[in-house]
Each structure stands twice: as structure tokens, then as C-alpha cells.
Write a protein that binds this ligand. Structure first.
Ligand SMILES: [Zn+2]
Length: 381
């Protein structure tokens, strides 16, 4: 078809300030950006059928290399046709490198050297090793559309020397991973480190861009620093990334955060928040965050959100959902997860439309005014 993007290509179709709308083309379909990626940690977006993900409007999901490598093992997934076939999802998949889990589960971190990292498995405590070559091999076996480079992600507040060392090793590892074999058509994104240190972040981006990777992520943010610091760093760091390549912010999924990173020029992002909140009985709504355990919903006949077209809102009351949550009924967790995913995907699609119309600033302002209430922002997986 004329104008159809080739797999692996990325085209920006509209800009509004620093924000961009575009199309990321993968072997498993096109991903309109900005795009939210639901997280399928262990090869499943918890409680959600792939057909439901599709009908919610998701074009891409994230799979976790760390977990899939340890259980059931990338060789098992490969034998069964790769991750798409294994999990019954024919849309795009991005796999992380496993590095974030290794470095965020700090109690299990055993040793880091220039060759790789040794850690204790969260499943059985057995020592395991991850190198750039192995991260490439596992992701090739999983057959994801987008593979991520193994990086070193220091915690918030790490001393500058540790940040600098993380930048150095992250570049070293990205170079090695870039030279390793990949699945057919698989893209490789690098991950810039350097926390909120401008000089180090700049250096990290420059070194990775030298490697001419298919896309670039801002790593080492959303790791425990303040929200203000995170948004400020994203604001100046995102425009340092190449304009013609997709930009990925790792680990954001609350409505305010999504609007902030999109405004800064980020194209894709992920978070477990919508499904985690669903499983703990909370809903993201245009009236703010609702904790369905609250007694005030006991006789509330309204849907979670007026006008929401999700499977929860089209048929069920807040009172019924509250009852399900309180009785720990699986349907309650599922319906809340479906609603929350729908909310985040719709918000992202709305932001995309606003960018195309040059109205992102007013869209964002109106959205933030409607979204009253305290926000839980943690996004670890
Ligand atoms: Zn809904």
C-alpha cells in the first residue's frame, strides 16, 4: 500500500511543541505513537485475554526477559514458536533486557563487572548471570519485535561515580549487544543512563547514538527520585535523543505522568500500574482515583466513569464492583484492570489526537483539572 511504513521504520507525522505523533512499524504491525504498552511480565498482562487487549486498543505489549528467562526459559518459549505464539498475541512485543529487575532487586545483586552481572534468581536463589550477549540471545529466542539493551540502572541518589560507571558500562554493553545476532526484523533500542546529571546523561546519549540503534530509552528515571526532578530531567533529556527515532520512557503509567512525558517528546512508555491497581481494588477515573473498598460506594449505582465504553462501565455499577473486590472475586480484579487499561489507552489516544490538532497544551490542562485526587505513582515490576 502506498505510504505504508516498512517494518522497523519510525515516522513522526505531527508535532506540537516538543510532543510528537508518529507511527512505529514492526514485524507484528504498526504502533501509533504516543503509545502505552501494557506490561505482560510473565507472558501475560495479568488477568487479561489477548483479544481483550486488542479490543482495548493496545498495539504493543511488554514482556520481561528476566522472568521469562528464568520461568519457563527462553528455550521453551522458542521451541513453542516464540513469545507471540506462546502467549497468543499477534501484535507487537517489546522485551526488556532483564537489567532493570537485576538492578532493582538489589538484595539479589551479587557482582557486576565489565563482562556482565551475577545475581540470585528470585525464584530459587540460584546464582544466574546476565551478559549483553545473553540478553541478546534470550530476546532473539523470545522473538520480540523490539529488544532492549542490557543496561545498568543505579538507584536514585547513587553517587556520581556510580552513575558515571553505569554510563560507561551501559555503552560498552550496548556495543556488544548491537553486534550479537537478533531475531528476523527485531529492532534494538539502547537505554541512556545518567540519572538527572546533565553531563552524564548527555554523555550517555551521545555514546549510544554513535551506535546507531533503532530507538532510545530514558532509563534510570522513575527509580525513586522526586516526581518534579523526574519530569524536569525528562523535559531536557528527551529532546537530546535523535528526532527520527522512537523515544521510550521506562516505567510511567499514571495519567499525570503520561501527559508530562508525552509533552516532553516521549513516544512510548509502559507501566504495571493499571493492572496492579485493578488487582488491589482501585480505578483510574476522570473523577480521580477510586478505591472501591470505600464504604461510600456500597450503594453507588453509577459506572466507574460516565461515558466510559469499557467492559466494566458498560454493564456494572460501582456498588457491584465494590462487592466483587471486597469478596476477592476474580471478576472484580479483571473488570477493574480492563477499565484501567482502557482509561490509560484512551488518554494516550486522546493525547495523540490533540497533538495532531496542535492542541496538546489545552488537552493536558483540561485533563489535569479533571483528574483530582491523590495519585499513587510507584511503577515497579
Ligand atoms: Zn470503564
Amino acid at each position: 500500500m502506498a505510504g505504508e511504513a516498512l517494518p522497523g521504520s519510525f515516522a513522526v507525522s505531527a508535532t506540537d511543541g516538543a510532543a510528537r505523533a508518529g507511527l512505529l512499524s514492526t514485524v507484528h504491525g504498526d504502533v501509533p505513537t504516543p503509545a502505552f504498552m501494557p506490561v505482560g511480565t510473565k507472558g501475560t498482562v495479568k488477568g487479561i485475554h489477548p483479544d481483550e487487549l486488542r479490543s482495548l486498543g493496545a498495539a504493543i505489549v511488554l514482556g520481561n526477559t528476566y522472568h521469562l528467562h528464568l520461568r519457563p526459559g527462553a528455550d521453551v518459549v522458542a521451541e513453542l514458536g516464540g513469545l507471540h505464539a506462546f502467549m497468543g498475541w499477534d501484535g507487537a512485543i517489546l522485551t526488556d533486557s532483564g537489567g532493570f529487575q537485576v538492578f532493582s532487586l538489589r538484595d539479589t545483586l551479587l557482582a557486576v563487572d565489565d563482562d556482565g552481572v551475577t545475581f540470585a534468581s528470585v525464584y530459587d536463589g540460584a546464582p544466574a548471570r546476565l551478559t549483553p550477549e545473553l540478553a541478546a540471545q534470550i530476546q532473539a529466542q523470545l522473538g520480540s519485535d523490539i529488544a532492549m539493551c542490557l543496561d545498568i540502572c543505579p538507584p536514585a541518589g547513587a553517587p556520581r561515580a556510580e552513575l558515571a560507571e553505569a554510563v560507561r558500562r551501559t555503552t560498552l554493553w550496548a556495543g556488544r549487544q548491537g553486534a550479537a545476532p537478533r531475531a528476523p526484523g527485531q529492532l534494538l533500542f539502547g537505554i541512556a543512563q545518567g540519572a538527572a546529571d546533565r553531563e552524564l546523561r548527555h554523555r550517555s546519549i551521545e555514546e549510544l547514538v554513535e551506535l546507531d540503534l533503532d530507538g532510545y530509552a530514558l532509563g534510570g528515571l522513575a527509580v525513586g527520585e522526586s516526581r518534579a526532578e523526574m519530569f524536569e530531567a525528562t523535559g531536557w533529556a528527551a529532546p537530546l535523543l535523535p528526532a527520527g527515532r522512537p523515544r521510550y520512557f521506562m516505567g510511567i503509567g499514571d495519567p499525570e505522568g503520561i501527559l508530562e512525558v508525552i509533552s516532553s517528546g516521549v513516544d512510548v512508555f509502559d507501566c504495571v500500574l493499571p493492572t496492579r491497581l485493578g488487582r488491589t481494588g482501585s480505578a483510574l477515573t476522570w473523577s480521580g482515583r477510586l478505591n472501591l473498598r470505600n464504604a461510600r460506594f456500597a450503594r453507588d449505582s453509577r459506572p466507574l466513569d460516565d461515558g466510559c465504553a469499557c467492559p466494566a462501565c458498560e454493564r456494572f455499577s460501582r456498588a457491584y464492583l465494590r462487592h466483587l473486590v471486597n469478596q476477592q472475586e476474580l471478576l472484580g480484579h479483571r473488570l477493574l484492570s480492563l477499565h484501567n487499561l482502557h482509561f490509560v489507552l484512551e488518554l494516550t489516544a486522546g493525547a495523540r489526537a490533540a497533538i495532531e490538532q496542535g492542541k496538546l497544551a489545552s488537552f493536558k490542562q483540561e485533563a489535569l483539572e479533571r483528574l483530582a485526587g491523590p495519585e499513587e505513582t510507584a511503577c515497579n515490576f
